[in-house]
Design a protein around this ligand. Structure first.
Ligand code: GDP
Ligand code: GDP
Length: 436
């Protein structure tokens, strides 16, 4: 797993400027809808001798009900939990502020290494002024100018020295991307908040709160995940039909970027046409999907309710019989914790590679049990198969005449593979090629 470096600090101290400086490019800010910017707040930095993931923990909401200091505490807490190294950035032009002191105190009382860095030290004059930051009681203080590149190489030396040397492990764990998808008001934001363990996004009972979609990097069981939250595509005012459409467009874009899709369904309203359309898109794109039935608390239950519900959901989503179903309540938190365990399982399957020899044993047995069809008077011959890719697991089967394979035989082979290898929650793909 790549070590994680988090930049923490008040708004406007220069976090994103420093982020861009270390990353080496300007971050792409994609303008999906006028007034809505999607700001990627993490990047994989590979241009130094140790690769690491850089996170700008930004994400302050100026009109949040929480004070700046509270938000800073949460931000720092998040960094403390997730990061291997924290860069605490302060503003040398503005000077030391009470909230800097408070956060520094918090950082001192925890075990993760911290670099205390004063930004906007553009020249000698500011260098002198920055001395007041020593009153924080820190041993070492670094001064930089993120904008002009001053002090950056010294900072990077310190970063690389403090990073755990995870380079012994050749395999770099990739971030698993999770998209939370569903119609407005199904409880996406509430679910995201539950998953992240604290109120990172403001959920509001009235619709029409201004929110941007937010990508949040977090760690679960020592593995990095990126949560793509599509909830925020709402403006002040009513949720109009047009906005419903926007939310679909955003859902599709989020699915494009995701590995695992959490398809959230409102238990009270049941499965809707729009849910099926969006899920169909995820299926066609070959994404892993978990069906999350939310607001389970709001359903009056007897001992048949669950069974009936499973049936209804399965009927609707019959094209993705592989997708696990979870019944949760974002409101009470009931069973929400299981979602991440399911995500772990499903994403493992999604990126699973099976051995060619075992694959061909399964193929041989399947063909022996159920012969391939006859095509133009001749029985088709199946030679062998191999896995060509993951995410989703995809296989090529070499056949004497691939055009002779019916859908039903394809489904038969798919089921055999799924059964044998226990692929769960992930679509798998089979391609047939002529053996030449
Ligand atoms: P963030 O809110 O912490 O991400 O801060 P930004 O990176 O957006 O920077 C806030 C402002 O400070 C911008 O106007 C930057 O141009 C400015 N700034 C950032 N770094 C420096 C620096 O090294 N020197 C000076 N003079 N200004 C800087
Ligand atoms: P989003 O539009 O999908 O992000 O939905 P929100 O998270 O904003 O939730 C919409 C409304 O449903 C809010 O009033 C929530 O309090 C409510 N809600 C969310 N999850 C649950 C749940 O599990 N049970 C119940 N009863 N209400 C919920």
């Amino acid at each position: 797993m790549m070590p994680l470096v988090a930049i923490v600090g008040r708004p406007n101290v220069g976090k994103s400027t420093l982020f861009n400086r270390i990353f080496g490019h300007r971050r792409a800010i994609v303008e999906d809808v006028p007034g809505v910017t999607r700001d990627r707040n993490y990047a994989e930095v590979t241009r130094y001798e140790k690769p690491f993931t850089l996170v700008d923990t930004g994400g302050f909401e100026p009109d949040s009900k929480e004070s700046l200091l509270q938000q800073m505490r949460q931000q720092s807490q998040l960094a403390i939990e997730e990061a291997d190294l924290i860069i605490f950035l302060m503003d040398g032009r503005e000077g030391l502020t009470p909230s800097d002191m408070e956060v520094a105190e918090l950082l001192r009382r925890q075990p993760k290494p911290v670099l205390y860095v004063v930004n906007k030290v553009d020249g000698e004059k500011q260098e002198e002024a920055s001395l007041e930051f020593y009153s924080l009681g820190v041993e070492e203080l670094l001064t930089v100018s993120a904008e002009h590149g001053r002090g950056i190489s010294t900072l990077m030396e310190a970063v690389l020295e403090l990073l755990p040397s995870g380079s012994g492990r050749a395999e770099v764990d990739e971030v698993t991307r999770i998209a939370v998808i569903g119609r407005p008001n199904v409880g996406k934001s509430s679910l995201v908040n539950r998953l992240l363990g604290f109120e990172r996004v403001v959920a509001n009972p009235q619709s029409g709160t201004t929110r941007d979609s937010i990508d949040t990097l977090f760690v679960y069981n020592r593995k990095p995940y990126l949560l793509i939250d599509t909830a925020g595509i709402r403006r002040k005012g009513r949720v109009s039909q047009k906005l419903e459409k926007f939310s679909v467009v955003h859902a599709l874009k989020a699915i494009d970027r995701a590995d695992v899709v959490l398809m959230v369904i409102d238990a009270v309203e049941g499965v809707t046409e729009q849910d099926l359309n969006v899920a169909g898109y995820a299926h066609e794109k070959g994404r892993a999907v978990i069906l999350v039935v939310n607001k389970w608390d709001a359903i009056e239950k007897d001992n048949q309710t669950l069974g009936r519900y499973v049936e209804e959901v399965r009927m609707g989503f019959k094209f993705m019989s592989y997708a696990p179903i979870q019944f949760v309540s974002a409101l009470t938190g009931q069973r929400v914790a299981r979602i991440m365990d399911e995500v772990c399982k499903v994403s493992e399957q999604f990126s699973r590679r099976v051995s060619t020899s075992e694959l061909n044993k399964v193929l041989e047995a399947a063909v022996a049990a159920h012969q391939p069809p006859i095509f133009r008077g001749k029985r088709l011959k199946i030679f062998y198969m191999t896995q060509v890719s993951t995410k989703p697991p995809s296989f090529i089967v070499f056949v004497s005449k691939s055009q002779g394979i019916h859908f039903s035989y394809e489904r038969y082979l798919l089921n055999k593979i799924r059964e044998h290898f226990g692929f769960e929650g992930t679509p798998i793909r089979l391609f047939f090629r002529d053996n030449k």
